[in-house]
Design a protein around this ligand. Structure first.
Ligand code: UFG
Length: 329
């Protein structure tokens, strides 16, 4: 039987496919390639180019393949874009998930692990953030992800589907092989933007605000290596296969780094001075987001391997240096 990875040509999806194949699993990847890259799909995975909003294409896939569980990454994920074009997020993230669940229910596929986000919490009540803390998203991206969690819950009650929602904090880094890594167009994430400076693609990095209530005034985030995220998906799927019930887990290292600290680490890793300039705050950025991942560790047995920011940034630099334009030639 095979695992279906939706969005398996994207950043976190492609890394999860590499880990699944490494673990000897049979993998089917589906992706519409709007933001994913065919080159990121592991050569041993069977690939279907389809959009999850296309019920007919999903039905054909479920008929052709013997799918025992689904890992669902296929979604739009830019916070800024979700504020200017919310209906795109309702369409791709919520409507897409609805069509997917209809097809899964029709074909008796009853296990799903999917990408949720720290953005479901909004401004945190406390740090580190626990899964039981208040969820009050401050952007439409987080809102659609929280609604996806709720949709799964109701479908679970009615049709016996079981799900695990994984709330990621700041995904970063690249695969140890150097074959796959982070590639977004446009790029909005801090670490790849910083590394564009030593790569000669940007003169300086903008620091979005230095007047936050944090020790150095810049925002604090919990950076988690993409391979550690990938491993958590496999553990979550195994948990469901062993009969585990619906659940939600935070995924982070439990350690926060400020924007200035990340830039400092990148300077040390690349040996480049990386000029930085303070610019205005970016709308909707909480001052501090740090996960408590104790639940994922105790229930799933998750053990992040790359908990050191130097190692994380080195793996990202290894990828970006060799692929300054991502997958584009
Ligand atoms: N930042 C800068 N300069 C830049 C880019 C980012 O200072 O050029 C800062 C941001 O203000 C933020 C930090 O760097 O404080 C990290 O920003 P990212 O854009 O890399 O990541 P976010 O924390 O904004 O977003 C991440 C995920 C989202 C998710 C969110 C949860 O990318 O998908 O965490 O809050 F929704």
């Amino acid at each position: 039987m095979a695992i279906l990875v939706l969005g398996g040509a994207g950043y976190i999806g492609s890394h999860t496919v590499y880990e699944l194949i490494e673990a000897g699993r049979d993998v089917v990847v589906a992706d519409n390639l709007l933001t994913g890259f065919k080159e990121a799909v592991h050569p041993k995975a069977r690939f279907y180019q389809l959009d999850i909003r296309d019920r007919g294409a999903l039905d054909t896939l479920f008929q052709a393949e013997n799918i025992e569980g689904v890992i669902h990454f296929a979604a739009s994920s830019q916070v800024g874009e979700s504020m200017s074009n919310p209906l795109k997020y309702y369409d791709n993230n919520l409507y897409g998930t609805m069509v997917l669940l209809q097809s899964m229910v029709a074909h008796g596929v009853d296990k799903i692990v999917f990408s949720s986000t720290a953005a479901t919490y909004g401004e945190p009540e406390q740090v580190p953030i626990l899964e039981t803390d208040r969820t009050q998203p401050t952007n439409c991206y987080g809102e659609t992800k929280l609604s996806m969690e709720h949709m799964m819950n109701w479908v679970s009650k009615a049709h016996g589907l079981r799900y695990v929602a994984l709330r990621y904090f700041n995904a970063c880094g690249a695969h140890a092989s150097g074959k796959i890594g982070e590639a977004h167009n446009p790029e909005t994430h801090l670490i790849p933007l910083i590394l564009q400076v030593p790569n000669g693609q940007r003169e300086k990095i903008s620091v979005f605000g230095d007047d936050y209530p944090t020790p150095d005034g810049t925002c604090i985030r919990d950076y988690i290596h993409v391979t550690d995220l990938a491993q958590a998906h496999i553990l979550a799927l195994d948990y469901l296969m062993k009969g585990g019930d619906n659940n939600v887990f935070n995924l982070g290292n439990g350690v926060g780094f400020s924007v200035n600290e990340v830039i400092e680490v990148a300077r040390a890793v690349t040996g480049h001075p990386i000029p930085a300039e303070v610019s205005p705050r970016r709308a909707g950025d909480p001052a501090q987001l740090i996960a408590s991942s104790e639940k994922a560790k105790s229930v799933l047995g998750w053990k992040p391997q790359y908990d050191d920011l130097n190692t994380i940034v080195s793996s990202a630099w290894n990828w970006h240096k060799a692929h300054p334009h991502g997958y584009e030639k």
